[in-house]
Design a protein around this ligand. Structure first.
Ligand SMILES: *Cc1c(COP(=O)(O)O)cnc(C)c1O
Length: 377
């Protein structure tokens, strides 16, 4: 029986060559030739006002929390069904997180629940585009504007995805992307912050360079550089940027293959929705699909556990995630007690299926046929 992995990082071919060139260039710390190539790629293709590589999406989010000027006691509105880093970045600045439930039709935050939770202490909203599918950004941007709040997009999974024709990561004040090896485009660990309002660009560069104005110095804008703000070392080395650039050159090829895999899953599993009440990914009319992942939402925790076991018996890996953050051991005593039933439902019932560039059509068919066998369809 062939073992079917959940994820396998893709090498597009030129990663080693570019890393070698980066090393031989004599500059392997950050902000060299390959970092600049990556920045230009993103700014030209997606129109981000500024794109800056970071060592992870977690780091990019931590930068956004500093840029939002979060002070102890400030409130930040964010979904509970997300990765820890989305909110941990704001916790590090002393924020209180006000968790929002997910929508019933997809795991993104339910934008209709945001406004009643805004208080005079609310400073920011964090929208997470789960599975690369856009949150309903129109209403969210309106709320942010009306209440004078900063809007951050956790676009970790959302490269090359759009909301009403606008690239994700370009709609909020800031966006944060991930190039972790489980994402569509990778560099092992890696990330990027996007800054969409020009007045924040200088400070973002300073925060990323340990609180110094080194970036302006290297452009010749100041005659010496020094310590001007808080910050950290958020920039990656050229080795990482070289790897990433090789991937970016193949973005179209990667996306094409991933969409093909996604379409097979969706087509093959369509009957499960009708006959067994299984929820499949839903892409609203305002959103595009960047084929970041494929998931099914089972009817119960027991059903999901049995399905995982059935797939495992057939040598097929499958993975569940996230555990509602409002119920985490770190946050449950700080949460205000509101029930977030959809977040809990996705916690118990969502199952991610094998998904990576080199997954062959026959393997996708094996996974779907074993799922159909489980549900006796
Ligand atoms: C992957 C991911 C992150 C973290 O990305 P890193 O690059 O590993 O720090 C944050 N948020 C979401 C929604 C993610 O999927």
């Amino acid at each position: 029986m062939k073992h079917i992995l959940f994820n396998k990082p893709l090498l597009t071919g030129k990663e080693n060559e570019y890393i070698k060139l980066a090393v031989e260039s004599g500059k392997i710390s950050g902000d060299g030739i390959y970092t600049k190539k990556c920045h230009t790629f993103f700014e030209e293709k997606y129109g981000f006002k500024k794109a800056l590589l970071t060592t992870s999406c977690t780091d990019a989010l931590e930068m956004t929390a500093i840029l939002c000027n979060i002070l102890p006691g400030d409130e930040v509105i964010a979904p509970s069904f997300t990765f820890v880093s989305t909110v941990n970045a704001f916790i590090l600045r002393g924020a209180k997180i006000v968790f929002i439930d997910s929508r019933s039709d997809n795991p993104n935050m339910d934008e209709t629940q945001i406004e009643p939770l805004i208080t005079p202490r609310t400073k920011a909203i964090i929208a997470v585009h789960y599975a690369g599918i856009a949150c309903d950004m129109g209403p969210i941007m309106e709320i942010a504007k009306k209440h004078n709040l900063l809007l951050v997009e956790d676009a970790a999974q959302a490269i090359d995805s759009y909301y009403n024709g606008l690239p994700l990561g370009s709609l909020g004040h800031f966006g944060a992307f991930s190039f972790h090896e489980t994402k569509n485009v990778i560099s092992g660990e890696g990330g990027m912050i996007t800054i969409n309002h020009p007045e924040y660009i200088t400070r973002a560069e300073i925060i990323r360079e340990k609180g110094t104005n080194r970036s302006a110095f290297f452009r010749g804008e100041v005659d010496k550089y020094g310590w001007v703000d808080i910050g950290s070392s958020f920039l990656p080395s050229e080795v990482i940027a070289a790897f990433l650039y090789a991937q970016l050159e193949n973005l179209e090829m990667i996306q094409k293959r991933r969409k093909h895999i996604w379409d097979i899953y969706f087509h093959e599993l369509a009957l499960l929705r009708e006959k067994r009440g299984i929820q499949l990914p839903f892409i609203p009319a305002y959103a595009t699909n960047n084929a970041h992942m494929f998931y099914v939402v089972c009817n119960s925790l027991q059903e999901r556990s049995a399905l995982i076991e059935h797939l495992k018996q057939n040598s097929i890996e499958s993975v569940f995630h996230y555990l509602s953050l409002h119920k985490s051991s770190f946050y449950k005593n700080k949460h205000d007690g509101r029930e977030l039933p959809q977040s809990d439902r996705y916690t118990d019932c969502l199952l991610r299926l094998a998904f990576f560039y080199e997954l062959e059509d026959v393997d996708v068919m094996t996974v779907t046929s074993k799922i159909k066998e489980f549900y006796k369809i």
